[in-house]
Design a protein around this ligand. Structure first.
Ligand SMILES: O=C(O)CCC(=O)C(=O)O
Ligand SMILES: [Fe+2]
Length: 241
C-alpha cells in the first residue's frame, strides 16, 4: 500500500470554517514537470464516469471504513491468446476509453507505454475513496513494485494534487476536476512526489486569471480515484508489505 490511506478512517475531519490558511491558488493546467501529462479539458464521458463510480461504490465500498481497494489484471500468457482477465469488464472498458481519449494528446511512446497492444505485464488498479477532509500523504509510488507509466482518473469531485520535487525545491498544486485524467511517467513518476492535503476545500486559480494569486475556494465532495499501474516482474505476488 502507498502512504497512510488506512489511517484516514479514524482521523477527525477538518472543520468547514474558517478556511485554512493557504499559499498561492492551485494551477488549473499542467505544471512544467517532465513526464506529467494533464489536459484539464479532456474528461471522461459523464455517463461512463457515473457508471464506473456507482459500480465501485456498490461493489467495493460497502462500509464506511473501506477507503482503498486494489484489483489486479494478469498479462495474457504466452500459451493462451485469451484477453487479460482479473479486472471487471467496466474497468476494461474504462481503459479502452482512456486509451482513445489520450491518444491525440500523449506522445506516442507514452501512449503505448500505458496502452500497449499486447500487454506484457500485470496491471494493478487501485481505487481510493476520499470523504471531504481526507487526503493521501505525499509519496512516490513504490519503486520496487510498480513500473513506469501511471494513469489516474478523478470521479465525483475535484481536488488539488500537490507535486513536489526535493531536488528542485519546487511544489505545484494542480486542481484535478471530476472526470479528468492525469498521467505520470519519467521524472513525474520517479522524481516528484504526489499527495493530496487533508482539506475540505481547495483554493484554485480562476479560469480568467493568469496570475497564480487570484483564486476561489472550491469545496470538495466525495471523491473516488482509479489509478492504473504496471506491476514489476515478481511484484504480482502480493505479500504483507
Ligand atoms: O487519489 C489519487 O488520485 C491518487 C492516489 C495515489 O496516488 C495512490 O494510490 O498511489
Ligand atoms: Fe500514488
Amino acid at each position: 500500500m502507498d502512504g497512510t490511506r488506512t489511517e484516514n478512517a479514524i482521523e477527525p475531519h477538518f472543520k468547514l470554517s474558517p478556511p485554512p490558511d493557504t499559499g498561492p491558488a492551485a494551477l488549473i493546467d499542467a505544471p512544467p514537470i517532465p513526464g506529467l501529462f494533464f489536459t484539464p479539458s479532456l474528461r471522461l464521458p459523464a455517463d461512463l464516469a457515473d457508471s464506473v463510480m456507482n459500480y465501485c461504490l456498490k461493489t467495493f465500498f460497502t462500509s464506511a471504513n473501506i477507503n482503498q481497494i486494489m484489483l489486479f489484471c494478469r498479462a495474457p500468457s504466452a500459451e493462451s491468446s485469451t484477453a487479460p482477465s482479473g479486472l471487471p469488464p467496466l474497468l476494461i472498458s474504462l481503459l479502452d476509453v482512456l486509451s482513445d481519449i489520450l491518444r491525440p494528446t500523449l506522445p506516442p511512446d507514452i501512449h503505448s507505454l500505458l496502452f500497449p497492444t499486447v500487454p506484457t505485464r500485470a496491471r494493478q488498479a487501485i481505487i481510493n475513496r476520499y470523504d471531504p477532509g481526507e487526503g493521501i500523504t505525499p509519496h512516490v509510488d513504490l519503486l520496487k513494485r510498480f513500473g513506469d507509466g501511471i494513469v489516474g482518473v478523478s470521479f465525483g469531485s475535484g481536488c488539488v494534487m500537490q507535486f513536489a520535487s526535493s531536488s528542485e525545491d519546487q511544489t505545484y498544486g494542480v486542481y484535478l476536476p471530476e472526470g479528468s485524467i492525469i498521467v505520470m511517467s519519467g521524472d513525474a513518476r520517479y522524481k516528484w512526489s504526489h499527495g493530496i492535503e487533508k482539506k475540505t476545500m481547495d483554493y484554485v486559480q480562476t479560469p480568467d486569471t493568469s496570475s497564480a494569486d487570484g483564486g476561489r475556494w472550491v469545496k470538495r465532495t466525495m471523491r473516488m480515484s482509479i489509478t492504473f499501474r504496471w506491476l514489476l516482474p515478481g511484484a504480482e505476488v502480493v505479500g504483507s508489505a
